[in-house]
Design a protein around this ligand. Structure first.
Ligand code: HEM
Length: 407
């Protein structure tokens, strides 16, 4: 296979300039947006206290809880602030909703001495009005780093500890085995992390009428509704991307602008599909494609099992859940796709290189074999690391380096 480009067929330099402009402008905007995002992150309080000053949880516990979340790969089970997998819940939304329901019940007892169910619709209306008022008010004091929960919020936090303990131990989490997170300290810090995430999702930013997550998740009970800006900017971004793409295509096709360079006759760029004899490095590349096929097969099987979890927790009677929890399979599903695509990409590049250069560099075959070994180590190491992480094999911080996070 070869491409014969005659000098007069070179593309216009405008393409190169456009590539640089797009790169520079694109990465500058990415950098700027990242900066703005970091400047507007929700604060992590040093401590969260009840009105009497009792410490409910601390910054260290929130961070440790995030570690428990990552170590146990919960982002491959559910979502947090909308990011992650779709079998489990959105943990921040679940915590928030549970908190709002508990507040509803606590307020009904406090104000009317009855459960919420027993109230008439006017009484219920007053409670439904009150719950968002409590949740939306930002009681974080940046000068001391202290967030104060109301009495009802403090009680709701105690309730949520039991809620998450039950969730992870009684087999209530779809696709996860019983006692998945059985360590009480882990349950405690994880709840602190969820409580902080839910707080950031519902409390208004200082001097604003929207939350740190721009009112995500939608939860009318907690007073979270999409802001007008969310509608406006979603619509604007959609119109902008489609409109500008259309405009560019229109201008280039209508006016040409010399972007075709000096190509006189586009048909001269001919492709000959007869290959010269394979070089030694090309021959040795065959095994890459065997691996690609195997990885793709394995990925599709993992995808099939994932889809199966939507229906039942065993696989036609086989106790799949005990060996391959959903979050592990989903991690494998995504990792395997990255691996086979990357392997095929690398192998394709290595195959074409001698064709383009017309000769085989020295030690090319050795390099191809060396790279193959490296690929196998990375692929097998990653899959095993994720498996060991899922059975809680790693001690200390090892999960971070070679477990779900590192792999
Ligand atoms: C038999 C074939 C496949 C099946 C049955 C399947 C099934 C699934 C299922 C059920 C999920 C949802 C997991 C969740 O979010 O909780 C998923 C996610 C995903 N799959 Fe597949 N899959 C297949 C093939 C593939 C292939 C060939 C690729 C890419 C090369 C792929 C890439 C992905 C990605 C990137 C996600 C994550 C999507 C997201 O987070 O929004 N899948 N797949």
């Amino acid at each position: 296979m070869s491409f014969d480009l005659q000098p007069q067929e070179k593309l216009s330099p405008l393409w190169r300039i456009a590539t640089f402009v797009v790169m520079i402008v694109g990465f500058s905007i990415l950098g700027l947006v990242t900066r703005i995002a970091y400047d507007n992150t929700p604060p992590i309080p040093k401590q969260v206290v009840s009105p009497t000053g009792k410490v409910l949880f601390t910054e260290e516990q929130i961070i440790a809880g995030q570690g428990v979340f990552l170590k146990n790969n919960l982002m491959e089970h559910g979502t947090l602030w909308g990011h992650g997998a779709y079998l489990g819940p959105d943990y921040s939304a679940s915590h928030l909703h549970e908190q709002a329901l508990t507040l509803q019940e606590l307020l009904a007892h406090k104000i009317y001495g009855k459960s919420f169910e027993q109230l008439n619709q006017y009484e219920q209306g007053s409670i439904l009005h009150e719950v968002p008022q409590i949740l939306k008010q930002n009681r974080y004091d940046s000068s001391t780093g202290t967030l104060t929960f109301t009495e009802e919020e403090s009680q709701a936090y105690a309730h949520s500890l039991n809620y998450w303990k039950d969730y992870f131990t009684l087999g209530l989490a779809p696709g996860l085995p019983k006692n998945y997170i059985a360590n009480p300290q882990d349950q405690h810090t994880l709840t602190a992390f969820f409580a902080w995430a839910a707080w950031a999702a519902v409390t208004n930013r200082p001097n604003e009428e929207f939350t740190y997550t721009n009112n995500f998740p939608y939860d009318p009970l907690a007073g979270n509704h999409p802001s007008a800006d969310a509608y406006l900017w979603s619509a604007i971004s959609l119109i902008f991307i489609l409109g500008v793409t259309g405009l560019v295509l229109f201008i280039v096709s209508k006016f040409g602008l010399g972007w075709g360079g000096s190509i006189k006759n586009r048909h001269v760029c001919e492709t000959r599909l007869t290959l010269p004899a394979l070089t030694p490095s090309q021959k040795t590349l065959g095994k890459y494609f065997v691996i690609v096929a195997l990885l793709f097969l394995f990925q599709s099987l993992a995808g099939g099992a994932l889809a199966h979890y939507r229906v039942e927790s065993s696989f036609y009677g086989l106790p799949l859940l005990d060996y391959l929890p959903y979050n592990l399979l989903r991690t494998w599903h995504l990792q395997l796709s990255i691996f086979w695509i990357a392997t095929a990409w690398i192998a394709g590049g290595l195959f074409i290189a001698p064709l383009l250069s017309g000769s085989e560099p020295r030690y090319q075959k050795f390099g191809v074999n060396l790279l193959f070994g490296a690929l196998l180590i990375v692929i097998i190491g990653s899959l095993i690391g994720e498996y060991l992480s899922s059975i809680n094999y790693f001690q200390g911080d090892w999960w971070f380096w070679v477990g779900n996070q590192g792999s």
